[in-house]
Write a protein that binds this ligand. Sequence first.
Ligand SMILES: [Zn+2]
Length: 257
Amino acid sequence: MTEIISSRMGGVALGDVTAWLDSYLNVSSFKDWSNNGLQVEGNSTVTRIAASVDTSLRSIEEAISSGADLMVVHHGLFWNKPLMVTGPHRRRLQTALDAGLSIYAAHLPLDAHPEIGNNAMIASALSLQDASPFASIGQMGELPYEQTLQEFAERVQKLTGEICLVHGGGGGSGVRRLGIVSGSGAEFITQAAELGLDTLLTGEPEHKHFHDAFELGLNVVYAGHYETEVFGVRALAAKLEEQFGLPWQFLHLPTGL
Ligand SMILES: [Zn+2]
């Protein structure tokens, strides 16, 4: 309540927001090539939030025009290696800093979060039962009833609003035991088959794994890297509103990938 009052009176201290995020997302417990946490420090007070899957010049510009002083993202600007401040990286940083826009990145912590993580949210939207961890960030479990691969793909398409790429490696078998890995999860095809799953739902295909699915008898539904990762940042921004009374906006900037 104190926070909500302070927000009405002109914002919340950036440090309070990032400390809450670090703790809620359990950021320090993740080994991740993303540098999770506050990546760019802008205004010391947060009055409005933007949420975006990616950090690009466009998402930064749209966050600024929406009036946000903090953008929470799934894919940040820094990925565990030194980067020269040149080219697109310089323009992104300069645009954010000139406008006082802070950028907070949450990669694996936002895939794996048990409540608002990308995988938990997809699992719950698909009514996955007895869900348990799979492929470190993902979830596996059983659908309430068996569906044909086409029925299942249509259900996923309804959820994301985009067309899925469907590889019927199961040779006509239905979908019941499902594994979910948001983003880039084609590398888990073998693990999914070994665990007795009949279908893997993930974001982005990789050519080198194409034949494995067919030879292992596994259906794979690729729903898009972007489309499987909109759930976490949106839910996280809604949590920030609940916690601090800060208004927010989701910047929908699909990549089609
Ligand atoms: Zn991703």
